[in-house]
Design a protein around this ligand. Structure first.
Ligand code: 9L3
Ligand code: MG
Length: 134
């Protein structure tokens, strides 16, 4: 089975809310709410991918010190197996904006269950509730 490495970020604001992005029409899993991020391209370090994806999708710049993955998610899709480290980011440059037509919302971890999410992202909710409170 093909193994695909995707990096994702929990951007955490001063109130402990996390930024969720809705996958746009035309993409796989359209309409589901995810932690922003994307596929690691050949030759990229995962941290470089995260910096690139957050710049492309949200127009923000994150720096190395916030880039420690604290947990990993994985999910077996019919055609590939996804491995997804989650990076916790509390500081960044700029204000997150929708650069790819995706809806954005800040959500307390305890309210994430109200959003339909990709199966890979769901197991990260209890981790964030432990880290940040409900
Ligand atoms: N994916 C799942 N949860 C996420 C992200 C960023 C990505 N938080 C899944 C959706 C796709 C694959 O990973 O199946 C690649 O993502 P993209 O490159 O289509 O964003
Ligand atoms: Mg993406």
């Amino acid at each position: 089975m093909r193994l695909v490495l995707v990096v994702a970020a929990a951007l955490v604001d001063a109130d402990g809310r996390v930024l969720m992005a809705q996958r746009p029409e035309g993409k796989a899993l359209a309409g589901l709410w995810e932690f922003p991020g994307g596929k690691v391209e050949p030759g990229e370090r995962p941290e470089e991918t995260l910096i690139r994806e957050l710049a492309e999708e949200l127009g923000i710049e994150v720096r190395e010190p916030c880039l420690a993955p604290l947990t990993f998610a994985s999910h077996a899709y019919p055609d590939f197996h996804l491995l997804m480290p989650l990076y916790i980011c509390r500081r960044w440059e700029g204000i997150p904006q929708s650069r790819e037509g995706q809806a954005l919302r800040w959500q307390r971890p305890g309210a994430l269950r109200d959003l339909p999410m990709p199966p890979a992202d769901l197991p990260l909710i209890p981790f964030l509730i432990d880290l940040l409170g409900p």
